[in-house]
Write a protein that binds this ligand. Structure first.
Ligand code: NPW
Ligand code: ADP
Ligand code: K
Length: 517
């Protein structure tokens, strides 16, 4: 699913109005009506007080449309205009007139803290104060209104975006933002729903189809995409009937040091379970027996050093190599890694200590072939690209790094973001059960195994990250968040593959498009 920039959203509105020969007021009516339908479907006329807070722009206009329909359907509605600016948009004014024609209970003007209404914990707040048009921090009294919402503990439904949140920046003051329970975003989600700094402002989100021009949606190139099953399924490469183990490549997993052989076991097993035809592991000598006994499907090569890697040489021709898991950053290991990079011609996935070595010796970065995949967690990323001011700054730096070194950067996290040059792909699967040692090693093995099967490095990264999260999502049903382990992620990979072919949920299923951030 494409994630549009603010400028693209405004352009989409204009193009829709023009192509469908409708006014912007009619588009607002459609948008507000969709929000009303969502509420009505769930509330079925229940007489819970609903407080609709409207700003003075088009987000406020949407709020007025919602309030009008709620009133018409007999709900217990209190409508407020948050009078934060002298200006009003045209469509706000049209809908302000319309609501006055619908009810004698006109919207209440809020100008300061003394005007704030009492909101009960069982009431509902509809937050339509600011949308994507926010261009400066809210006034102090408006910030206090947002804190009043939060203190009330009422269920808060934000229209398009939690008010006070910019679509393309991080707010400076978390008290100046509405903390929503649910956000109904028009047509597509916003990037801020997925970033660590800003995802906390909405617990759930859902995108409502407001009929934006189909050609616009198809043709517009976006910088950001949300990756779900619809994007992943077309990438899938079926297994050929007359295939053999040679058809699906040979993965070489290099890493390990004394006490950290398990990382390579996990990674190798994941490469195999993702479908690689053959897997060889390359480890220090001390790992030979544990590796052979715990992972019989793998072939094992060893360094001549007992405890660490000092000479990465082998006489096989791997299709793809995953390197770095549990490897350590010893000086001798660095020399071996550097020599390896100089001579390697296979596709490469670099993780953990191999990333740390690159961060320590930035001159080695020039040895990377185009489309090398790097899979840093946030700390490793910081060592690699330097500190960032906020998530947007981080993404800017990550794009510059990817462009400069022509590499695929898989930034691991609750929503892993894969960056390739100027494009960013946000993963939609995975859960906090993955916050446990070894799950990153599994991911590296999977991406390596997918490249072995002929997936391009970028595709392998997107597919691997998706399957990894999906496997955890299925496994968590059996193990719960606390007991999920990296080994379970490998064990459930088959189910994650099968899930690609599972019947899609019915579109009218209210849970189908619900997303918890
Ligand atoms: N396809 C779609 O997505 C559709 C989108 N639609 C809806 O339009 C929304 C965007 O509307 P919008 O452009 O009018 O901006 P919005 O967020 O309502 O308000 C900003 C207004 O407030 C002002 N202002 C800014 N910051 C301020 C501050 N700190 N304190 C005080 N004032 C401040 C600023 O004006 P200014 O004072 O700067 O001149 C501006 O006028 C979008 O989120 C969605 O809900 C639908 O209706 C149709 C389909
Ligand atoms: N809260 C979370 N939600 C979803 N995925 C998560 C969460 N926490 C961690 N993960 C995923 O788990 C993996 C952890 O990787 P990493 O930190 O490298 O672990 P390790 O080094 O122990 O193998 C990453 O793929 C990351 O995206
Ligand atoms: K809002």
């Amino acid at each position: 699913m494409k994630i549009f920039s603010k400028q693209q959203i405004y352009k989409g509105d204009q193009q829709t109005a023009k192509k469908q020969k409708i006014s912007s007021t009619e588009l607002m009516e459609r948008a507000g009506m969709q929000i009303f339908n969502w509420i009505h479907e769930r509330m079925q006329g229940a007489q819970v007080p609903i407080h609709v807070f409207c700003g003075i722009g088009n987000n406020g206009g949407d709020g007025l449309v919602v309030a009008r329909h709620l009133i018409t359907y007999g709900y217990s509605v209190h409508t407020y205009v948050v009078n934060c600016s002298e200006k009003r948009t045209e469509d706000f004014l049209v809908n302000y007139d319309r609501i006055k024609q619908t009810t004698k209970k006109w919207p209440i003007m809020l100008n300061c803290e003394a005007d704030f209404p009492t909101i009960g914990p069982d009431d509902i707040i509809v937050d339509a104060v600011f949308g994507i048009g926010l261009n400066r921090p809210p006034n102090d009294w408006v910030k206090r209104l947002f804190q009043h919402f939060r203190a009330s503990k009422a269920f808060t439904l934000s229209v398009d975006l939690p008010s006070g949140l910019y679509p393309d920046d991080v707010p400076e003051d978390e008290n100046g933002v509405v903390w929503a329970n649910y956000t109904l975003s028009f047509q597509a989600p916003k990037l801020v729903f997925f970033l660590p700094d800003t995802s906390k402002y909405t617990v759930n989100w859902e995108a409502l189809d407001i009929g934006i021009d189909a050609e616009f949606l198809k043709e517009t190139e976006t910088e950001v995409e949300l990756i779900g099953k619809n994007e992943i399924f077309p990438m899938y490469k079926p297994r050929e009937k007359f295939s053999n183990k040679g058809t699906y490549g040979h993965a070489l997993i290099i890493g390990g040091s004394y006490g950290k052989i398990g990382a390579v076991v996990l990674s190798g097993k994941a490469a195999l379970a993702s479908g690689s035809g053959l897997v060889t592991t390359f480890i220090p000598k001390c790992g030979y027996i544990p590796m052979q006994s715990s992972f019989p499907e793998a072939m094992t090569l060893t360094d001549h050093d007992e405890e660490k890697l000092t000479d990465i040489s082998f006489d096989i021709e791997p299709t793809a190599i995953g390197i770095g898991m549990g490897m350590g950053t010893d000086v001798k290991t660095h020399v071996a890694f550097q020599k390896f990079l100089e001579s390697n011609s296979a596709s490469l996935v670099i993780d953990a200590d191999a990333i740390n070595l690159l961060s320590k010796h930035k001159e080695d970065l020039k040895l990377l072939k185009a489309q090398t995949v790097l899979t840093p967690h946030p700390k490793e990323l910081e060592r690699l690209i330097g500190k960032w001011k906020n998530d947007f700054d981080k993404l800017k730096k990550a794009k510059a790094f990817s462009k400069k070194h022509q590499c695929v950067l898989v930034i691991k996290g609750a929503h892993t973001i894969t960056v390739f040059e100027n494009k960013m792909y946000i993963n939609s699967t995975g859960n906090p059960g993955l916050s446990t040692g070894g799950t990153g090693d599994v991911l590296t093995g999977m991406i390596t195994g997918l490249i072995c099967q002929g997936y391009e490095p970028l595709m392998a990264s997107l597919f691997g990250v998706y399957l990894h999260g999906k496997s955890a999502d299925i496994a968590v049903e059996d193990y719960g968040y606390q007991s999920l382990t990296a080994s379970h992620v490998i064990e459930y990979l088959g189910k994650a593959y099968l899930d690609l072919f599972a019947k899609p949920q019915m579109p009218h299923d209210p849970d189908a498009e619900e997303h918890i951030s």
